[in-house]
Design a protein around this ligand. Structure first.
Ligand SMILES: C[S@@+](CC[C@H](N)C(=O)[O-])C[C@H]1O[C@@H](n2cnc3c(N)ncnc32)[C@H](O)[C@@H]1O
Length: 254
């Protein structure tokens, strides 16, 4: 199994708690989606984002969203299926899938695009997204600011104050990473401990291949998509190197 998929299989029980409420992100997507839109979340993970977007849309307009999601991790999909019983959730690879349907909006959230290992994989993913996007539809790709010069060679930090959803005990996440500028590969290790006993509950590694603004622009161009908007934060600030994220809204060339 691919190292990144094995990572998600391993940390699935803690994925949502580690990522917190994601309120700003949810508000960002909510502004992009219209009631009744057909939404493809690729990859969908535990379905938390789609669930919250659908709930928000329903409470604002009385109408939920039609959600489709794909992912390669069986465990993440299992959680998503419990959460979103009405959604269509399929095991599929974002680099190569065919759902025989076109969507109003395709979202590729939270750095998922950085799991792809080379330009060819990014282009084949973007081509799949294009193939599934309505002529007036949008494709939203979100990654953290990965301007290569801003990434430290090595990093170690921790996140405190997490609560284990199963035991209600306090957790601490220790995150360490190393970055090779030559290959643009970031290798990240997560170790999740119970804070009081220092028992290791889960530990696993994943890798990302970082892309800066120029890389994204070139690959989107190669995929014959157009960049419609580009934001630097979930607050919709315009993209610049000083912003924390690169959020690209693309669509079929019109
Ligand atoms: C950071 S999570 C994002 C999940 C979800 N979109 C969210 O916002 O919480 C990345 C997800 O990508 C999935 N994944 C990684 N590579 C994939 C691939 N080639 N095709 C489909 N899913 C993939 C993992 O299993 C994991 O669930």
């Amino acid at each position: 199994m691919d190292e990144n998929i094995a990572f998600y299989e391993h940390i699935v029980d803690y994925y949502d708690v580690i990522h917190g409420s994601r309120n700003e992100e949810i508000q960002f997507y909510a502004q992009m989606i219209n009631p009744g839109d057909t939404v493809l979340e690729a990859p969908v993970g535990t379905g938390m984002l789609s669930l919250k977007l659908s709930q928000l849309c329903k409470s604002a307009t009385g109408m939920g969203l039609s959600i489709t999601g794909i992912d390669l991790s069986d465990s993440m999909l299992e959680v998503a299926r419990d959460r979103l019983p009405d959604a269509s959730l399929l095991k599929a690879d974002m680099r190569s899938f065919d759902l025989s349907e076109k969507f109003d909006i395709i979202i590729c959230p939270l750095n998922s695009i950085l799991h792809l290992r080379c330009d060819e994989e990014v282009v084949s993913t973007l081509n799949c997204f294009k193939h599934h996007c309505k002529p007036t539809g949008r494709i939203v790709i979100d990654s953290f600011q990965s301007d290569l010069e801003l990434i430290p060679k090595a990093y170690k930090g921790s996140i405190d104050g997490l609560i284990d959803p199963k035991t209600n005990r306090e957790l601490i996440l220790v995150e360490s990473s190393t970055y090779r500028r030559k290959t643009a590969h970031l290798k990240v290790e997560w170790q999740l401990y119970e804070k009081k006993t220092k028992n290791l509950l889960a530990g696993s590694k994943y890798s990302q291949r970082l892309m800066n603004s120029c890389d994204f622009a070139n690959l989107i161009h190669d995929s014959e998509l157009a960049i419609l908007e580009k934001f630097g934060s979930y607050e919709r600030e315009p993209y610049s190197r000083a912003q924390p994220r690169q959020i690209i809204v693309a669509g079929p060339e019109r």
